[in-house]
Design a protein around this ligand. Structure first.
Ligand code: NAD
Length: 487
């Protein structure tokens, strides 16, 4: 499937058990371009009977005596490498599909949605080849003990719309390496890319039932989470949905990994280089990436009072310099919000910020030259109090709040004065000192003078930002059950 704005892409089948299955209901999900608001495609919406079929297929693929979970890890690694190759062949189509649906600028979609999953698949293929899945040691009280790391079972993976392909790969790449099978539920806003991904799965010769895809909304998601045939849940999305899923998994004693929201700090120290020509690209990745629709962004900018006006002026110039436009235009840096609902939400927060007394420095409205698409101007608020709603709740749009601080210790306590703890960054001329400050922030990940996720290092949050880690070797362990055999 190729998603283009002039030729909508419609499919009539669901990807279940290695083939294209006729859905049980006639209900469909229609997707509009975030940039043009036109319909660009549709897929069938999975219902509970479809989820039953998908879970049954994933269980058969898992339990089959010569099935996926019993394959030698190096054979699974070869299959993951083939999937990476097939994905790579479709990378441009995948990037365009995401960009058209959720408004991610195509230049970013090519790098992240088109590229990052390939790196992840190859990384976990490598780990499957080199990792020890079994270890035998002397038993402390005599004899020997063999400890095996077995695949945990069938995974229910629930994915949001902001990085639909990358966040799915955060789950299936380590899960497949570990020997698990999956039922993936994409978000209704971004379902077309999952059809292209399924085509890659078929072309790579991944056995039937190892990956199944059930597009649908939260009801379908909730049904999948509670399904008796699911052994582990992996979720990325809002903290509110994560809480509901955690409650459900708690009752079922079902292992769950939760990657949730954030309200991270961009800490500008008093010696920081504020020259946009040198720091602009790194600063963009830490504050505005993907139109602000990124969970780890440092949307609270903490600025020293000694340089407050300079920092506010730099962010004003930065926001005004960003090219806002159609997500498929390679020159675009800020595209539209993923949906009308998301734009309304962001505009609601902007109104709340002004209402609470923050000073609107730039932006705050819709771009006057774009009459179609769910656009919001890059927006900077100054004189924000850390307890204002816009400084405490995840906005998920191109909106930054600049908050003043006195001493560095105050910056650290402000950075930590939040319910979240997912990302953040420290900006300083002294890298060693930046590391010192980074150590004091209660967060799962943080950068110094940049923020770039490392596929080989754990990613995740503390506090309301989630439970568990994705990426790195730890992520594969999260899809394994450990067994001790005493002899
Ligand atoms: P959401 O959390 O409601 O949806 C994310 C995914 O979870 C979707 O696939 C959805 O269908 C599914 N889902 C929702 N409730 C579920 C439930 N109870 N059980 C199972 N699955 C469920 O997010 P949203 O409504 O699309 O966006 C709302 C806000 O969430 C955004 O404005 C943003 O602040 C935040 N968000 C965060 C991330 C992130 O990466 N941390 C991603 C998307 C949205």
């Amino acid at each position: 499937m190729t998603v283009t704005t002039d030729k909508p892409a419609h499919t009539d089948t669901l990807f279940i058990d290695g083939g294209w299955a006729t859905p049980h209901s006639s209900s469909r999900i229609e997707v509009r371009s975030a940039s043009t608001e036109e319909i660009i495609g549709s897929v069938p919406e999975a219902d509970e009977a479809d989820v039953d079929d998908a879970v049954a297929a994933a269980n058969r693929a898992f339990a089959d005596t010569d099935g996926w979970s019993h394959w030698d890890p190096s054979r699974r690694a070869d299959a993951l490498d083939r999937l990476a190759d097939e994905y790579e062949k479709r990378a441009e189509d995948l990037a365009q599909a995401v960009s058209s649906q959720n408004g991610m600028p195509i230049s970013i979609a090519r790098q992240l949605e088109g590229g990052f999953p390939i790196a992840l698949m190859r990384y976990y293929a490598g780990l499957a080849r080199t990792n020890s899945f079994e270890e035998t040691n002397p038993h402390m009280l005599g004899g020997t003990t063999t400890v095996t790391r077995e695949p945990i079972g069938v995974v229910g993976a629930i994915v949001p719309w902001n990085f639909p392909l990358t966040l799915a790969a955060f789950k299936y790449a380590p899960a497949l390496a570990a020997g698990c099978t999956l039922v993936i539920k994409p978000s209704p806003e971004t379902v077309l890319d999952s059809v292209i991904f399924a085509e890659a799965v078929v072309a790579a010769g991944i056995p039937a039932g190892v990956i199944n895809i059930v597009p649908g909304g939260r009801e379908v998601g909730a049904y999948l989470v509670g399904h008796p045939g699911i052994d582990k849940v992996a979720f990325t999305g809002s903290t509110a949905a994560g809480r509901t899923i955690a409650e459900q998994c708690g009752r079922l004693l079902r292992p769950v990994t939760l990657e949730l929201g954030g309200k991270s700090a961009t800490i500008i120290l008093d010696d920081a280089n504020l020259d946009l020509a040198t720091i602009g690209e790194n600063l963009f990745g830490a504050t505005f990436l993907n139109n602000g629709q990124t969970c780890f962004l440092g949307t609270r900018v903490l600025a020293p009072r000694s340089r407050y006006d300079e920092v506010v002026g730099m962010f004003e110039a930065f926001a005004n310099s960003l090219a806002v436009g159609d997500a498929l235009d390679p020159a675009t840096q800020i595209g539209p919000m993923a949906s009308a609902r998301q734009r309304d939400r962001v505009e609601g927060y902007i109104a709340k910020g002004s209402g609470d007394g923050a000073r609107l420095v730039t932006g705050g409205g819709r771009p006057s030259d774009l009459d179609k698409g769910w656009f919001v101007q890059p927006t900077i608020f100054a004189d924000v109090d850390n307890h204002h709603t816009i400084a405490q709740e995840e906005i998920f749009g191109p909106v930054l709040s600049v908050i003043p601080y006195g001493e560095e210790s105050e910056a650290i306590s402000l950075a930590n004065d939040t319910d979240f703890g997912l990302g953040g960054s420290v900006w300083t001329a002294d890298d060693d000192h930046g590391l010192e400050v980074a150590r004091k922030i209660r967060t799962g990940t943080i950068g110094v003078n940049r923020y770039m996720v490392d596929p080989s290092a754990p990613f995740g949050g503390v506090k309301d930002s989630g439970i568990g880690r994705e990426l790195g070797p730890d992520a594969m362990h999260a899809y394994q059950a450990i067994k001790s055999i005493y002899r």
